[in-house]
Design a protein around this ligand. Structure first.
Ligand code: NAD
Ligand code: IPM
Ligand code: MN
Length: 348
């Protein structure tokens, strides 16, 4: 088989430091992949005003098997327009409708919950990734006056809701999971989340072997802290998925540990750590590269390179056990030093 082609967009801030460590881990695994770098970032935007070239998304879909992204966001671009065009652009324009965020505690020492075992934190959030409150439909009226009105619409389509819910059930089946839980606020958002309720029941009926259940998202937040072991696969809308996965990241040791994939089955998907560009940490060699390295592992698994993916994850587990850690998870090593240790372990 030809080598898999990976487009790399390291982006801004700590993205530029953690992504090279993820790339090194993949290289060390011996996976048959080729990388191509793209400078889509705040630096480029500030230099020439461009974000994504006119055929950029089509080019990614045509020429690459996957995209690996660091993070986008820079205080020098207060509108965040470049991040919107690059990151949300990929999600929306490439129609990457399932944002898959595994929540896996690799070692007990990382969990802020008392007496939590690794088996207690092992679930996956499937976040709708192409609609909801992220569509940027809305506007302001009488801006700057005391009568100002600001509106952001919450768009939920039958097609969008159905495909992500079906993806969650299929994901559960493929990953040996038993339960799928849908989280919404249908008690308040009766129209939009009423649709989620109806579609969830309908799709659940197609998957007799899987248990389907529901929670309001506020109750889910409580449950994630009180009894995370009761969770398996969670499917929810774009905004709630964003929020609950930061909470979930805390259970794994923090944002520095969390990985994600933006998936559209059958086409080029995009993989990124859950964390952002962390401007205060940028350029200091202190950012935790593990989230990015675990993201690369997720990407290889998606590309069918399972043994390489596992080797990388196991090397991260070993690094945690041997306390080869950055400061955010209680260590004193640098980004590069942790990355090098992991790459050496992968290669050994
Ligand atoms: P952030 O994830 O950058 O940082 C949140 C907190 O987590 C900070 O305390 C930060 O120091 C810490 N942190 C995050 N990643 C870490 C790592 N790898 N190692 C150690 N500590 C880490 O989120 P924020 O501060 O809300 O946002 C900063 C910028 O990043 C904003 O411009 C935001 O829009 C952007 N952002 C981008 C993405 C993305 O590209 N996927 C995701 C989230 C935020
Ligand atoms: C994430 C981030 C993004 C989101 C931002 C940077 C647009 O927080 O990937 O979780 O809200 O989806
Ligand atoms: Mn987020």
């Amino acid at each position: 088989m030809n080598p898999r082609r990976i487009a790399v967009v390291a982006g801004d801030g700590i993205g530029k430091e953690v992504i090279p460590q993820a790339v090194n881990a993949v290289r060390a695994s011996g996976a048959r992949v080729e990388f191509a770098d793209f400078d889509w970032s705040a630096d480029r935007y500030l230099r020439d005003g461009t974000t994504v070239p006119p055929d950029g998304f089509a080019m990614l879909q045509r020429d690459f098997d996957a995209v690996l992204v660091g993070a986008l966001g820079d205080p020098r671009v207060p509108t965040n327009i470049h991040a919107k065009e690059i990151l949300l652009g990929m999600r929306f324009r490439m129609d990457l409708y399932a944002n898959v965020r595994p929540v896996k505690l690799l070692d007990e020492s990382l969990c802020p919950l008392k007496n939590a075992r690794t088996a207690d934190v092992n679930f996956t959030v499937i976040r709708e990734n192409t609609e909801g409150m992220y569509v940027d439909v809305g506007g302001t009226f009488k801006q700057g006056t005391p009568d100002e009105i600001a509106i952001n619409e919450d768009v939920n389509t039958r097609k969008g809701v159905e495909r992500v819910i079906r993806y969650a059930f299929e994901y559960a089946r493929q990953h040996g999971r038993k339960r799928v839980l849908m989280a919404d606020k249908s008690n308040v958002l009766t129209h939009a989340h009423g649709l989620w309720q109806r579609v969830f029941k309908q799709v659940a009926a197609e998957f007799a072997g899987l248990q389907a259940s529901h929670m309001y998202v506020d109750a889910l937040c409580l449950q994630m802290v009180r009894d995370p072991g009761s969770l398996d696969v969670i499917v929810t809308n774009n905004m709630f998925g964003d929020i609950v996965t930061d909470l979930a990241a805390a259970l794994q040791g923090g944002l520095g540990m969390a990985a994600s994939g933006n998936i559209r089955p059958g086409t080029t998907s995009m993989f990124e750590p859950v964390h952002g560009s962390a401007p205060p940490l940028a350029g200091k060699n202190v950012a935790n590269p593990m989230g990015a390295i675990l993201t690369a592992s997720l990407m290889l698994e998606h590309l069918g390179l399972k043994s390489e993916a596992q080797r990388i994850e196991q090397a991260v587990v070993a690094a945690v056990r041997e306390r080869k850690l950055t400061a955010d998870v209680g260590g004193n090593m640098g980004t590069r030093e942790v990355g090098e240790w992991i790459a050496n372990r992968v290669a050994s």
